[in-house]
Design a protein around this ligand. Sequence first.
Ligand SMILES: Nc1ncnc2c1ncn2[C@@H]1O[C@H](COP(=O)(O)OP(=O)(O)OP(=O)(O)O)[C@@H](O)[C@H]1O
Ligand SMILES: [Mg+2]
Length: 236
Amino acid sequence: MSFLEVKNLEAGYGPVQVLRGLDFAVEEGEVAVILGANGAGKTTTLRALTGMISTKGSVLFDGEELVGKDTDAIVRRRIAHVPQGRGTVSQFSVEDNLQLGAYIRKDKAAIAADKEKMFVMFPRLLERRKQAAGSLSGGEQQMLAIARALMLSPRLLLLDEPSLGLAPLIVRDLFNTLGEINREFGTTMVVVEQNANLAFKIAQKAFVLETGSIVAGGDAKTVESDDSVRKAYLGY
Ligand SMILES: Nc1ncnc2c1ncn2[C@@H]1O[C@H](COP(=O)(O)OP(=O)(O)OP(=O)(O)O)[C@@H](O)[C@H]1O
Ligand SMILES: [Mg+2]
């Protein structure tokens, strides 16, 4: 059995069905990238995995069914979600946002140590630790959103277009950092990303989503060398 096993996942908004029976699987310690055009259902997939919308089908996480559980119960399984367009509390300081990310944890000393680790990983956050999140630049807010998610000490990290709106150099750094986090902590990740070139650098699995179904997927190298995927997502 896979670490994350999604079977026949269906979800939508009211009468509008968006996900039409998704299947995919990710092993522990892997990075999986989800590619797809605007409106394909990528964000909806991450919302379904985190219990934010009503969902049918099956999501087995480390052998446990998540469908039917609410978001809080899913967070308690140490699944962290960095939603599209940041995900920080803008009136809270950098430091308080990090603290908030650890809200389910009781290990005070380890939380303090992890906070310092985040400041090493993202030095710009250290200089701004007392500053309100809402006053940070877009790139800094994205770093904070990721650091906040890492404060959960996640077993699974879901990232929705982390590169959105960021300068190319910052995006490159961000993906290097995600690769480091994956290697250092063995954190399993599902990354929704339009910047396929960078995503393929850190991914072992890749899935292509088209109007609510997975149309190609599996080993990232195989998907990357697929002609139709290259034309659509890699531009060559
Ligand atoms: N809150 C909502 N209410 C109704 N329909 C929605 C809602 N959110 C998304 N949708 C619809 O669901 C479909 C999939 O949207 P989703 O946000 O999952 O796409 P996406 O693949 O993440 O796209 P993008 O790359 O633009 O972020 C779209 O047709 C969208 O209009
Ligand atoms: Mg989206």
